[in-house]
Design a protein around this ligand. Sequence first.
Ligand SMILES: NC(=O)c1ccc[n+]([C@@H]2O[C@H](COP(=O)([O-])OP(=O)(O)OC[C@H]3O[C@@H](n4cnc5c(N)ncnc54)[C@H](OP(=O)(O)O)[C@@H]3O)[C@@H](O)[C@H]2O)c1
Length: 294
Amino acid sequence: MSIVVTGATGALGRLVIDALLTGTPAGPSVPAESVVAVVRDKAKAADLAERGVELRIADYSRPETLAGAFEAGDRVLLISGSEVGQRVAQHAAVIDAARAAGVAQLAYTGVLGGDEADFDLAAEHKETERLILASGLPYTLLRNGWYTENYTANLAPVLAHGAVVSNAGEGRVASAARADYAAAAAAVLTGPAEEHLGRAYELSGDTAWSLAEYAAEVAARSGREITYRSVSAGTHLEILTGAGVPEPFAAILVDVDRAVERGALARRTGDLTRLIGRPTTPIAVTIEEALAAS
Ligand SMILES: NC(=O)c1ccc[n+]([C@@H]2O[C@H](COP(=O)([O-])OP(=O)(O)OC[C@H]3O[C@@H](n4cnc5c(N)ncnc54)[C@H](OP(=O)(O)O)[C@@H]3O)[C@@H](O)[C@H]2O)c1
C-alpha cells in the first residue's frame, strides 16, 4: 500500500511530494519508500527518484499504460491534467485504472464551487467528479480555488507596462499559494481515511482580494507605479491576442475574469486553513517570492 501522486512532475505534484516527504503542520512526513510518483516522462522525474520515491510511468491519454499505475489499497491523488478539452477521457481512464486496482482512496483536484462552478474551465472538473461518484470508489474531492501564482507568473508584463489589466472589474479572488493546496492534499492522503472519505473540500485562501488591491500590493512590494486597468471582456481579449496569447487560451482567461467578477472564485469556507493547520499564504508573500525570482 502506497501513497500515489499522479502529475507528480507538475508544479503542484512536486509540492505534494515535497509535503509528503518533509511533513507539514497538519501531518508527519512519510518514508520515501511508501510514496509513488506517476509520471509520463521518466527523465523529468529523476530528482524524485533520487529522493527515493518509486516512479511508475503512465500517460492519461494511453489507458494501457495506466494498468500498472495503482495497486490494491493505495491512497491515490489524481492531479487533473493540463490538456484542456481532453481531460474527461483522460481522467476517466485514470478512474477506471484505480477501480480495477481496488485503491483505498481516490483524491481529485477539482475546482472551487464543484457542481456550482459556472465558468468554462470548470466543465471538465464537474464531469470528472461525476465519473468518480459513479465509479463507487472511496473518494475525496479537493475543489481547489485559484493559485496566487496564476497572477504572479504574469508579473513581467505587469512591471513592464505598469498595469494590471483585467475584465474582472471589482471582483475578488480568494487565492492561496500552490504550496497551501499541496499541503492540503498531503493531509488528506496521510490523515485518517475515515475522516476524509466521501468529503468534498472547498479550498481557497483566507483573504479575498480585488485586482486593484493586487496592483497596489505589487506596487508596494516592487517600489514601482502599478495601476489597475479595468477593461471590458472584448478589450481584454484583444489585448491578450495582440500580445500573442493564442485565441482559445485568451478566451479562457477572459471567461475566468468574468467568473471572478461574478464572485465565483471569492468563496471562503475555511476548509483549506483547517486542513493545513495554519493560515493560507498571503498574496504579499507570493508576490515577494515572484519578484525575488524575476
Ligand atoms: N487552481 C488553479 O489555479 C489551477 C491553475 C492551473 C491549473 N490547474 C489545474 O491543476 C493541475 C495541477 O496544476 P499545476 O500547476 O501542477 O499544473 P502543471 O504544472 O501544468 O502540471 C500538470 C501535470 O499534469 C501532467 N499531465 C498532463 N497531461 C498528462 C497526461 N496526458 N498524462 C500524464 N500526465 C499528464 C503533467 O505532466 P508533465 O510534467 O509530463 O507535463 C504535469 O505533471 C493542472 O493540470 C490543472 O488541471 C489549477
